[in-house]
Design a protein around this ligand. Structure first.
Ligand SMILES: [Zn+2]
Length: 477
């Protein structure tokens, strides 16, 4: 393995920053909030000064006086991608050149010797390109170290800890980029591709024997079933999922398979480390000293803690090259009304409810006009109640819900074919909606699309052909 000097120096700086961030664990919530508000104002003023887009976006707002986040208009991916050259604060960064760099990037290579460029898949087909200077990347590495410590991954004397991540297969995506950048030999790392066939994943895992397993939850559940059935034999002491929803059933399966409760990490290409749960698993601690999350309703008004928002607004507090301020993300989040018993001051995410565009909107069962929103989790929870289901994917649109199931046992297939529609009709009716037509099919396997970084659409609204979606909780991804 070859480690470049900038790579080693960035990681060393990351370690120093992580030590500083660790001190915030002992702060009060008030002190943390004041610190975050200070960073938010700095980020906004920097953007207004250095980015042509934000100068125009904030026109007419007096930023020299104290201001609140709600005083500022929101942004979204389309805006920031369409006006990429006006958003970034270094005029050398042209979207076309970044795309060319991405197409040829290998290892931890940097553009102009200082920029790391990553891409995301795209909700509604719009691909995002995000660029980080070395100062910002050091914060990403520091947060990654913070997450590793939270879940019990640390360099050891003697035998190096073996960490196996399973995610995207492309160095331009975060799930492979962070391990590439952070690999200076402290751990034994192996990265497997979520799109690989199951027998290949099993063989690679059994030969590597990871101490820590870092997969998408749907992959972890699939592997957990293999382990329980005796077809996979590994003994990770840490399982940490990312990038998709970790449902309660998936968490139960993982715990049953390896005797350890999974940690869940939340992030996306725009902000790779939004947060992670601690060993109490009471929810995801938001890393509020590097990111600001505002949970809002459909009109971008804040919702109280304990209430599920329609989307959230993300402000990255350290990316000075491509400022993201009050940037709309359509994941539905719910903050916990109370603090974690571990004593850390960081707010907790109680639920990640999936993407608001994946909500089912069904005619009301009481006959009154209008549609009733039903969370897609209703479908996921109903399917996952059947232990014979090895994998599934569901899509819905105005014509109904289509569910594809991988159920190896033919007897169970018959039972599920009868019981699942009954259960779904019951659960949807309990939410006040008229159950739509159901199309349930049994298949031998589900394709994981490389375009979607190997993630599964657990329950998604059908998208027009040629516009791959992007899963909800995206991660060091
Ligand atoms: Zn905690």
């Amino acid at each position: 393995m070859k480690v470049s000097i900038p790579q080693a120096s960035d990681l060393l700086s990351g370690v120093v920053i992580a030590a500083r961030l660790a001190l915030h664990d002992r702060w009060s919530a008030q002190r943390l909030a004041a610190y975050q508000a200070g960073l938010f104002r700095q980020s906004v003023r920097h953007a207004a000064r250095s980015s042509a887009f934000y100068r125009e976006h904030f026109r007419g707002i007096d930023l020299t006086r104290p201001f609140r986040s709600a005083d500022l208009p929101v942004t979204n991916k389309r805006m920031l991608m369409e006006r990429f050259e006006q958003v970034v604060t270094d005029p050398r960064l042209r979207r076309r050149d970044l795309e060319r760099h991405l197409a040829s990037t290998t290892g931890d290579s940097m553009l102009f010797g200082s920029y790391r460029v990553v891409a995301s898949g795209g909700t509604s087909g719009l691909r995002g390109i995000f660029v980080y200077d070395r100062a910002a990347w050091r914060v990403i590495l520091a947060n990654t170290i913070r997450w590793q410590r939270l879940i019990g991954i640390a360099p050891q004397v003697g035998r190096r800890m073996r960490i196996c991540s399973i995610g995207a297969d492309n160095p331009m995506h975060m799930t492979s980029r962070i391990p590439l950048s952070g690999d200076v030999g402290l751990f034994r790392l192996r990265h497997l591709q979520a799109t690989d066939p199951l027998p290949q994943l099993i063989a690679a895992l059994e030969s590597f024997q990871p101490d820590a397993l870092v997969p998408y939850p749907s992959v972890a559940a699939l592997l957990g079933r293999e382990q329980i059935a005796g077809r996979l034999r590994i003994a990770p002491r840490v399982v940490a999922t990312h990038s998709e929803l970790l449902t309660p059933e998936m968490a139960r399966l993982i715990e049953q398979a390896w005797g350890t409760r999974p940690f869940n990490h939340y992030g996306m290409t725009e902000e790779p480390n939004i947060g992670s749960d601690c060993s109490l698993h009471a929810g995801i601690h938001l890393f509020e000293d590097t990111t600001m999350i505002e949970v809002v309703d459909e009109d971008d008004r804040p919702v109280p803690d304990g209430v599920m928002g329609a989307r959230f607004l993300l402000t990255n507090l350290y990316n000075r090259v491509q400022p993201l301020i009050r940037y709309e993300v359509t994941d539905m989040l719910c903050k916990a009304p109370s603090a974690c018993a571990c004593g850390r001051p960081f707010a907790l995410l109680e639920t990640i409810g999936g993407r608001s565009e994946d909500m089912l909107r069904l005619p009301r069962a009481d006959g009154r006009p209008g549609l009733v929103p039903v969370t897609p989790m209703v479908v996921g929870l109903a399917v996952e109640a059947f232990l014979g289901v090895r994998e599934y994917a569901a899509e819905h649109d105005s014509t109904g819900i289509r569910i594809r199931l991988v159920v190896p046992d033919s007897g169970e297939r018959h039972a599920i074919g009868t019981a699942l529609p009954e259960r779904l009709r019951h659960d949807i009716a309990a939410h006040g909606g008229v159950p739509p037509p159901l199309d349930i099919r049994f298949v031998d396997s589900l394709e994981r699309s490389a375009q979607r970084m190997g993630k599964l659409n657990i329950v998604a609204r059908t998208r027009p052909a040629g516009t791959p979606g992007e899963a909800a909780a995206a991660a060091p991804n």
